[in-house]
Design a protein around this ligand. Structure first.
Ligand code: NDP
Length: 249
């Protein structure tokens, strides 16, 4: 069902691991040129080598999405190198779970600056290019945590609920103006390194146990869903996809 992405240019944030890495590979396999953004340049270079060895085209753009100048450079370099920016996957994120009473407020700030403000600012920087092209597709990675709040997840929930709200308001703004599509992806448990960065030891242990107790999703499962959404004909906008492991509550 996925249309050929030959000739399309994609930009994936958080491409150095997990869902972003798998998505970059899936889009490249479907024919898109892919710009790879994250902070860890070595991982991006390795991914670029892998994609190129299979005949794909890549651009490595080391970027911290909390820095507006770096965001602008990332977007401009992608459009210049590939001649367009057709697909933006706002995937970079951190999950620094802590109870409010225990929280290090730097972790609150980091989650808001990466998961929410970063996504908003990257969208803001990419939009003029898509408007000029008359088309484009923005894919925002939220979470089940963008729909359901849990004790111990307040900061992360706040950012993902924010992503859902921003995405829907943005979708309404661009609807009818151009062929600009917006897709919200809400994964459940995916086996990536996300939980390894949880600062609270007990919460990190709980998250890992929950992952091990179920047949969790792989990053590829989400990448496939993203490839499906962006591969639809331009009059079809897959607005939202909620994807849980079959045995997740
Ligand atoms: P990973 O930890 O594997 O990937 C997170 C990515 O975000 C990394 O590539 C990391 O790269 C990047 N990143 C973090 N901070 C920044 C920053 N300041 N600037 C640029 N890039 C940054 O986890 P996942 O693949 O699981 O997470 C990807 C997305 O999926 C996140 O938004 C997450 O919230 C969401 N998600 C994940 C779920 C799961 O169960 N795994 C479930 C639901 C949603 P680097 O460190 O090199 O900068």
């Amino acid at each position: 069902l996925t249309e050929d992405l030959d000739g399309k240019a994609a930009l994936v944030t958080g491409a150095s691991s997990g869902i972003g890495e798998a998505t970059a590979e899936a889009l490249a396999e479907a024919g898109a040129s892919v710009a790879l953004a994250a902070r860890r340049e070595d991982e991006l270079e390795q991914l670029a080598d892998r994609i190129e060895s299979e005949g794909g085209e890549t651009l490595v753009v080391p970027t911290d999405v909390t820095d507006e100048d770096e965001i602008q450079e990332m977007v401009d370099r992608t459009a210049e190198e590939f001649g367009s920016l057709d697909i933006l996957v706002n995937n970079a994120g951190v999950m620094l779970l802590e109870r409010v009473e225990d929280a290090d407020t730097d972790n609150f700030r980091q989650m808001v600056e990466v998961n929410l403000l970063g996504l908003m600012n990257v969208t803001h920087a990419a939009l003029p290019i898509m408007q000029e092209q008359g088309e484009g597709h923005v894919v925002n990675i939220s979470s089940v945590a963008g729909r359901k709040a849990y004790a111990g997840s307040s900061g992360y929930n706040a950012t993902k609920f924010g992503v859902n709200a921003f995405s829907e308001a943005f979708r309404q703004e661009v609807t009818g103006e151009n062929d600009i599509r917006v897709t919200l992806i809400e994964p459940g448990y995916v086996d990536t390194e996300l939980a390894e960065h949880i600062p609270d030891d007990e919460q990190q242990e709980q998250a890992k146990e929950a992952l091990e107790a179920m047949d969790a999703l792989e990053a590829d499962d989400i990448a496939r869903s993203i490839a499906f959404a962006v591969g639809q004909p331009s009059h079809v906008d897959v607005n939202e996809m909620l994807i849980r492991p079959t045995d997740q509550e």
